[in-house]
Design a protein around this ligand. Structure first.
Ligand SMILES: Nc1ncnc2c1ncn2[C@@H]1O[C@H](COP(=O)(O)OP(=O)(O)OP(=O)(O)O)[C@@H](O)[C@H]1O
Length: 361
């Protein structure tokens, strides 16, 4: 076999057949192929995924390998998978912050598990290798510090507040700044400047994902918070029951009116597994999926009710780490991966630069 057959064009041509199924495009036009090296029929290729939490990493790796192995003259293929989180660049542009994506976690009403979901998603994304921050902007119930077992901030760094750190996640909460048990009575403009300060006056460092736990509902507070930051998108947490879904639909509409992309709907407390293995639908069934279908947005998944989730929250030990094999933990990790994929899709809506590929050997 002539080594000429392994030209850059032939290698790229086969790699163009490999599609990222979630992003809907081939990996070459997505700029995921960064380095190709051919040595004695052995192809080494570096693939840079748009998130370390890519739900399809094994599939993409296998397809790249299979596509290249099918080329005459290729004896072996070495795939080096890396990740660089995609960003639409708007936070860097407007706030001069090295934060790639800001994602709001919202709900139509309180008590549906929004904070629990936000905390576990942040921890799950950090566990996958992403740089993650969690901003607790729920002025009505800043529970993030309790759920992560942190109660104070480290000392100031110059002029800046230093976020606390828990399980690899950088954490900032309104709860750190107000005395415990005191209500926060802030209205629109104050909230607006407070949230901007939470971004600009905090030493976040480089972040792939900043997860923001918003106050529930569609009132003044969530509205002005959502308007204060160029959000990559929002996720809506709901229970399966009809009244919760109606409230969630209003929250979803609020984001639509603000032109914030909806990254998906998450259904929490979907069912309770009984000791005999059967399921009890305490809050009804399927409301989250129906909402997602009706609104034509992705359904990211369902989380069962499980005391392990509540215990993890109360003890500052999130279930995705404390009981990783439990059904709610597995559901939350899957949801985190699907969310990461949706963030990549939202971030990649703009034009991509042409691939820069080096071929050596
Ligand atoms: N899947 C679940 N299984 C069992 N308990 C859960 C689950 N999800 C949340 N909980 C528990 O439900 C309670 C409410 O959750 P959480 O505080 O996260 O709700 P929330 O929507 O953020 O409320 P609010 O917006 O009013 O602060 C907590 O005690 C939490 O531990």
């Amino acid at each position: 076999m002539s080594p000429d057959a392994l030209s850059k064009e032939s290698l790229l041509a086969v790699l163009r057949q490999v599609k990222d199924p979630e992003l809907g495009r081939d990996i070459v036009s997505l700029n995921m192929v960064r380095h190709l090296d051919v040595m004695d029929g052995v192809v080494s290729v570096e693939i840079v995924l748009t998130t370390p939490a890519c739900p399809l990493r094994d599939q993409i790796q296998e397809e790249v390998r299979a596509a290249l192995m099918a080329l005459p003259g290729v004896k072996d293929v070495k795939v080096n998978l890396q990740a660089s989180v995609a960003s639409d660049g708007r936070i860097r542009g407007s706030l001069q912050l090295p934060v790639k994506n800001a994602v709001a976690v919202a709900s139509g009403k309180g008590g549906v598990g929004k904070t629990t979901v936000a905390v576990n998603l942040a921890v799950a994304l950090a566990k996958e290798g992403a740089a993650v921050g969690l901003l607790d902007a729920d002025i009505y119930g800043p529970n993030v510090p309790t759920m992560l077992g942190v109660d104070r901030l480290p000392p100031f760094q110059g002029e800046k507040l230093v976020p606390a750190e828990a399980f690899g996640v950088k954490v900032m909460s309104i709860g750190f700044l107000v005395p415990q048990g005191k209500p926060l009575i802030w209205r629109g403009p104050m909230l607006h400047s407070a949230i901007r300060q939470f971004l600009s006056d905090v030493a976040w460092g480089e972040l792939d994902y900043l997860i923001i736990d918003l106050p529930p509902g569609t009132g003044d507070a969530p509205l002005s918070l959502a308007q204060s930051i160029p959000l990559t998108g929002a996720v809506i947490v709901t229970l399966p029951q009809a009244v919760s879904v109606e409230d969630a639909a209003r929250s979803l509409e609020m984001f639509r009116e603000l032109n914030v992309p909806i990254l998906g709907v998450i259904e929490n407390m979907s069912y309770l597994e009984l000791p005999d293995g059967s399921r009890m639908d305490i809050f009804g069934e399927g409301g989250g999926k129906r909402l997602a279908q009706k609104a034509n947005v992705p359904f990211l998944g369902s989380i069962p009710m499980d005391p392990a989730v509540r215990i993890g929250g109360d003890h500052g030990s999130p279930v995705v780490l404390a009981q990783p094999e439990s059904a709610p933990a597995r559901a939350l990790v899957d949801i985190a991966r699907r969310l990461a994929a949706q963030i990549s899709i939202a971030a990649l809506q703009g034009e991509q630069p042409l691939p820069r590929i080096e071929i050596t050997g």
